[in-house]
Design a protein around this ligand. Sequence first.
Ligand code: SAM
Length: 278
Amino acid sequence: MLSYRHSFHAGNFADVLKHIVLVEIIQYLQQKPKPLDYIDTHSGAGLYNLNADTANKLSEHLGGIGKLDANDYPEVSRYFELVQQCDPSGELSFYPGSPLLAKQMLRQDDKSWLTELHPKDYQHLLNNMGSDRRIRVSQEDGLKRLMGLLPPQSRRALVLIDPSYEIKTEYQQVFDAIAKGYKKFATGVYALWYPVVERARIDRLDQQFIDSGIRNIQRFELGVSADSDEKGMTSSGMYVVNPPWKLMATMEAILPRLAEAVSVDNSLHYRCQTLVAE
Ligand code: SAM
């Protein structure tokens, strides 16, 4: 199937939330001078040309990164610096994907494990990652690959799971992958992105996490308008298992400002919650 291309959506409000959380987690994990493994199961192309036909078609970045002034978010300045490094003109010509944000942060002994199924985006990803002994790129199912990587030798890892949810069964598959991954490696940090297209689906996913026996789960969500079953994606969020301790405080500080900036109905739509305590 694979009709989804992330280039249509790069830099939108969902990417902003996801990538802020991603950069914050990596930063915190790198405070210890020990190697870190970054596992990105659904990597996408790595870098997006916002002037390409695909991005221009919907111009979603104008409702996301295009609405933000870095000066308003000093708490997450690293995210904005990394985006700017990929868009040196500062004219929103390029926006980085998760693998490139992570690549810019890798230290000498860190490793990055990237999987992307779409043949074209896999090729773009290979080109955008260049030759780097710390990074492995493969064209295979990211959730299957994940199981072979856990537990990592370093015993310290961030797993980002960011599917397109083209197929409705993916909601169950990603939950199962985290539940299984957690059994193999309970101290890993798992970050799962989700879209709010139909709130009931996310309520069910919440309940699955609550009932799972997995401890220490937080959720961060940002939306542009109120929930609606008719308007497509109105919000999106990240579940984070084993979040770094300062993440909640950072997100509590910035989400109200982010929500104000991206809102299209003059109301604030965000969530910042502990779903399961430690
Ligand atoms: N994580 C990327 C980022 O933040 O820049 C965006 C990823 S995009 C939402 C989802 C990607 O997953 C698409 O490029 C799609 O082709 C790919 N994909 C879909 N199913 C996959 C699978 N089973 N394994 C690996 N990649 C998959």
